[in-house]
Design a protein around this ligand. Structure first.
Ligand code: DC
Length: 232
């Protein structure tokens, strides 16, 4: 792969803050179009988890970048739209979703050489017939030539409410004000970092999902995707 992506294969970038619904949106759009899916957040989560497991200090940039370059991630589609995630031979599907791993992922994601280490791995997901890439910098850094870039937002309060509902459904106890504080802290860390901060690409379409059902957001994005892909 060259410095830039192979533009012959279409990429749909879906960026935005945690809890905006971009994961669900990306999965549904990929399924509908028969495209591959890149959950780039999972790669940062895996890097953080691998570093902790290897006893690496998360502030030691060179050591964490080495972990990112040497860890063995594997994504196995389960056939029903979900993905089983493996790290160095262990099934870590549930473990990487913990709030603490999310915070650690946000910390290691602020390190420029870690981001650099993960760049080729992310671009390697680009395969025909196309890719839906979910993250923070898919449209701004990883796939700058993508024909469709969506930046999905929702108010922090709404995102905390959604997360609270999700956790309750899973039978996990959660405190709404604490979830809101965590979401705001992670937004701040992801948006303020110097390396590839979470910002919409200049040519991204911003969609506010605060008062939209995921079905409606998916419908809008699929309509735009079909329009853009036909125009290519
Ligand atoms: O989307 P997520 O919550 O799984 O992502 C976990 C963290 O990884 C998030 O707080 C910021 C970081 N991240 C990033 O910096 N760039 C990406 N493309 C994806 C995630």
């Amino acid at each position: 792969m060259t410095e830039r992506e192979d533009t012959a294969i279409p990429v749909i970038c879906i960026d935005g803050p945690s809890g905006s619904g971009k994961g669900t949106l990306a999965r549904r759009v990929a399924e509908e179009l028969g495209f591959y899916l890149l959950d780039s957040g999972a790669l940062y989560r895996l890097t953080a988890l691998a570093a902790v497991r290897r006893g690496v200090d998360l502030e030691d940039e060179a050591a964490v970048a080495e972990v990112a370059a040497t860890m063995q991630p594997r994504f196995e589609p389960t056939g029903d739209g979900w993905t089983r995630t493996w790290l160095d031979g262990d099934d870590v599907t549930r473990e990487i979703r913990a709030e603490a791993v999310g915070m650690d992922a946000s910390s290691v994601a602020a390190l420029p050489t870690v981001r650099e280490s993960l760049l080729a791995l992310q671009r390697g997901f680009l395969q025909p017939p196309g890719l839906v890439a979910d993250g923070r910098d898919m449209g701004s850094v990883v796939f700058p030539d993508a024909p469709l870039k969506i930046f999905l937002i929702a108010s922090a309060e709404e995102r905390a409410r959604r997360r609270h509902k999700q956790l309750k459904e899973k039978g996990v106890g959660a405190n709404l004000p604490a979830l809101l504080r965590d979401i705001e802290a992670r937004d701040e860390q992801d948006a303020q970092r110097a390396a590839a901060p979470m910002v919409p690409a200049d040519d991204a379409i911003v969609i506010d999902s605060t008062s939209l059902a995921i079905e409606e957001v998916t419908r809008q994005v699929l309509a735009r995707a079909r329009e853009r892909l036909q125009a290519e």
